[in-house]
Design a protein around this ligand. Structure first.
Ligand code: SF4
Ligand code: SF4
Length: 178
């Protein structure tokens, strides 16, 4: 397997996510509820009984790059929120981590998802509220993109591949912890 530098892997990841986002937008989103006019905006991201978004190291680095564009004060607040989320929901790196749920620390009141335009996790790109279950993007689309993301991670970091709850990864890559 040909190795990739992190910078090239991030470039490929960004291209992949952009294509996926456009594909979902053009083929499915028009049948979904409009998030802009949603009376419970953000309920999907803050529902601690529902959200179990997992990401890989490469995606965590992509999220960090997006957050790097914010003021350091703001960044510290977000990383602190991630740390508090890990503690509050007792998120672990072992066992069935997909069974663990939490309110996402990347949701900001009055703004929305802080990584919406860059670094958004694949399940969040796929997710929307649909009246008819038949209008939902099929699960195999997400499986396919996640398999590609896994391959990019392997080519970048070798076998050190771990899908972990998003707040756990944010805590692990927190630049203010160094
Ligand atoms: S995904 Fe659903 S709950 Fe979340 S903002 Fe959009 S319409 Fe509202
Ligand atoms: S990453 Fe963004 S879209 Fe996904 S759960 Fe968090 S705030 Fe919501």
């Amino acid at each position: 397997m040909k190795r990739l530098t992190e910078i090239n892997a991030l470039r490929e990841l960004q291209k992949l996510k952009k294509e996926y986002q456009n594909f979902i937008k053009n083929n499915y989103e028009q049948r979904a509820e409009n998030c802009e006019t949603c009376p419970t905006k953000g309920a999907c991201c803050l529902d601690a009984h529902f959200v179990n978004v997992h990401i890989t190291k490469l995606e965590a680095v992509a999220v960090r790059k997006t957050l790097d564009k914010l003021s350091s004060e703001k960044q510290k607040k977000i990383y602190r929120r991630a740390e508090e989320t890990v503690e509050k929901y007792d998120l672990k790196t072992t066992g069935d981590s997909f069974a663990q749920t939490f309110a996402c620390p990347l949701f900001e009141k009055n703004i929305g998802c802080l990584v919406h335009s860059e670094g958004k996790p694949a399940p969040c790109i796929s997710h929307a509220c649909y009246e008819n279950a038949t209008d939902l993007p099929p699960e195999n689309l997400q499986t396919t993109i996640e398999t590609t993301i896994e391959r990019l991670n392997k080519r970048t970091y070798g076998d050190d591949l771990t899908w972990l709850p998003l707040p756990v990864w944010l805590d692990l890559i927190n630049p203010f912890n160094c």
